[in-house]
Design a protein around this ligand. Sequence first.
Ligand code: NAD
Length: 466
Amino acid sequence: MPGVVPPPGERLAIAERVAELRATATAGHCRPLPWRRAQLQALVRMLGDNEAAFAEALRADLGKPTTEGYLADVAFVLDEVRAMIRNLRRWNRATRVRSPLILQPSSSRLVPEPLGMVLVIAPWNYPVQLLLVPAAGAIAAGNTVMLKPSEVAAATSALLARLVPQYLDPTAVGIIEGGAAQTTVLLEQRWDHIFFTGNASVGRVVMAAAAKNLTPVTLELGGKSPVIVDASANVAVAARRIAWGKWLNAGQTCVAPDYVLVHRRVLDGFIEELRRAIATFYGPDPMRSTSYGRIVNERHLERLVGLIPDGTVVVGGEAVAEQLYLAPTVLRDVGLDSALMAEEIFGPLLALITVDSLDEAVAIVNAKPRPLALYVFAQDRSVQRDVIARTSAGGVTVNGTILHLLNPRLPFGGVGESGMGAYHGEAGVRLFQHHKSVLTRTSRPDFAIAYPPYTRLKSRLLRWLL
Ligand code: NAD
């Protein structure tokens, strides 16, 4: 790609760094569980010792409120890593499986082994969580790992680049800062797994590069996550829960509610409740609220402001460029073929579309690429079941938003355009293992039944045994 080539010296330095990690992986340095445990513990210490510095970097990059930054970035990683430490032995243990009669006497096991060397490429919106959770999973599974934070969250990227080599074993964990140019060089190297979080167009670049070396990929992508507000919904609760999920991180969340398909019968009440929720959460002027974030940069702010005329503003709409501020905004009368409905919004604009039936809502969802998340608000259980059965999405929260990804027992990932593969909890460690099938026999007895020559008797016996 023109313009994305780094100078030869930098290219060489990246390749050399990758070669170091490869040598460490080949030497089996990361395989012993005590080494893995020590690295995970060091990660916990890194976050604990530098909590204030992370809060500051997240505020500089995204105007993240301290509580939001702590919960969504730092505490989330701590929870995941502590679970990995607690379960390290269990999640790396071989599992026995039964062997069929014809193979007796023998034993069969699935033996997890590290894949080798993992590349983690992260986006800017949760720049700590989305880099360190997959990285910890790769370490817990015994791999070396190279981290590529997003250049767009520059302060967090710089902080991580300073801290990671201080706390983690540099022969096994590397970090390369930069954008498309540096990522392109990283993608030219041979990896054993690439874990990418970002948008689908870069996802395609990653997958094409991985194909050259037959490297497996996990793609955590985005998309337009719909909300269905049924006529049976508790409208006040729905509005509050949608408002929380939508305006967290100023709408820059991969699973943020993107558009709401609201039943005509409850539309007016729903808008009033949204207005009330916004006022309660962020006060009369959200720009002054310490609980409301900022848009990551001018380019994104301009893009978002350009989408506003696609609907009728019923709440918000104000933007202040010098502050990278865009108010929590609700738009009604949004056309299905408008630009607002074409791409993931990824900002604080909530598009409302009025529907007259559940069938109509389901048809709209199913006409679009399969989303990362889907939300349904309904007190009628048959409606909840119906929506789950008739739509497809990476994950679903019923009568809530975002929460399904907070349960580590529910693997988190997309489907179709919203990605492939899933992580969190045990799934986030298993992802970076190969589950080697091992069958063990003893030398005796050595039945001759399966060996040639195939007599009639042997053949009959074999058919019976199979
Ligand atoms: P992005 O795809 O622009 O960038 C992600 C990473 O790819 C960055 O590290 C960047 O440096 C690198 N990159 C960018 N262009 C590249 C290129 N041409 N070649 C190689 N590497 C390149 O994504 P973003 O804007 O940082 O994040 C927003 C997107 O990520 C949204 O679509 C959002 O929904 C999605 N997302 C998904 C999840 C999830 O868990 N599924 C989480 C957060 C964000």
